[in-house]
Design a protein around this ligand. Structure first.
Ligand SMILES: [Zn+2]
Length: 160
């Protein structure tokens, strides 16, 4: 889908704001003059107006919170994950999906240890540990990462 300015030139998607999971504001700027418009609606309604990869303001904020040496890796990982899914818009949801279900694999010993984690918290622990791996630029969860995760989780609960 293409949108045109009153001057006749094409409008280009410039920014996306996520107000809620049901309401997005897409800002389009004219490629020739200084005009801009905002289109609001559900993600699937505004997405057809996006021609190139576009990060929402909120997803970009998540990216910018990462350490500078990791940011380019995560940016590329999220964009390639989104491209494989046929998506051009990087939302916070896409950001987390890409990071949690990226290419992280589990070493056999780490898988065994995961099985020892009590069932009610196992899936949450798995997501958190995979996120730590991605933050550290690792493609595999190892036993040493699990030791680190354990220390972090226990520390978070304020235990000695
Ligand atoms: Zn114009």
């Amino acid at each position: 889908m293409k949108a045109r300015c009153c001057c006749g030139a094409l409008l280009e998607a410039k920014a996306l704001e996520e107000e809620s999971p049901l309401n997005y504001h897409l800002r389009l700027g004219c490629t020739a003059c200084a005009n801009w418009v905002t289109v609001s609606g559900r993600l699937e309604e505004v997405t057809p107006l996006v021609e190139r990869a576009l990060w929402s303001n909120e997803a970009r904020h998540e990216l910018e919170r990462l350490p500078p040496y990791i940011e380019p890796l995560v940016r590329e990982e999220v964009e390639s994950y989104a491209a494989q899914a046929g998506c051009r818009v990087m939302t916070v949801a896409m950001f987390h999906e890409a990071r949690n279900r990226g290419k992280v694999t589990w070493a056999p010993a780490a898988t065994d240890r995961l099985a020892n984690i009590p069932a009610p918290i196992r899936s949450m622990a798995k997501v958190e540990i995979e996120r730590m791996a991605i933050e550290q630029g690792l493609s595999e969860v190892t036993e040493s990462l699990m030791d680190e995760a354990k220390a972090k989780f226990l520390g978070m609960r304020g235990r000695p």
